[in-house]
Structure formats: C-alpha cells, structure tokens
Design a protein. Structure first.
Length: 66
C-alpha cells in the first residue's frame, strides 16, 4: 500500500523552456517509507515521473499526509 505526500516543486533548467512549470499536489509513493527521504532523493523520484534529470527538479515542500 502506498503512502501519500503533499509536494510542491518547480522544473528548472532545460525542463522549463517556454514557461516556468510549477506543480503542487498529492503523490503516492509505493516504495518503503520507513526511512525519511532526503530532498535529492525526492527530486530524483519526481524527475523519473517526468522523464527528466533530477537536476531539473527543485523541491519546495514535501510532507506526509496522515
């Protein structure tokens, strides 16, 4: 069963060409959540879902929903 998180992030670098892309909402993670995620790990996870490099995602907020 997945764990839900609220997230807020922007795409940077070449990913934002044309217009700034900012996203916020709820995501569900189907990986083990026993350990706390580091910001770089979260950026990499989000980037994979957009087929981007993790350097193209800048995390603003990430918090687990109850």
């Amino acid at each position: 069963m997945g764990v839900k998180y609220y997230t807020h992030f922007v795409l940077t670098g070449e990913a934002e060409v044309g217009s700034r892309q900012e996203f916020s909402g709820v995501v569900e993670v189907n990986q083990s959540t026993e350990s706390r995620y580091e910001p770089k790990e979260i950026e990499a996870l989000l980037a994979r879902n957009f087929d981007l490099d993790s350097n193209d995602v800048c995390l603003i907020n990430w918090s687990r929903l109850q």
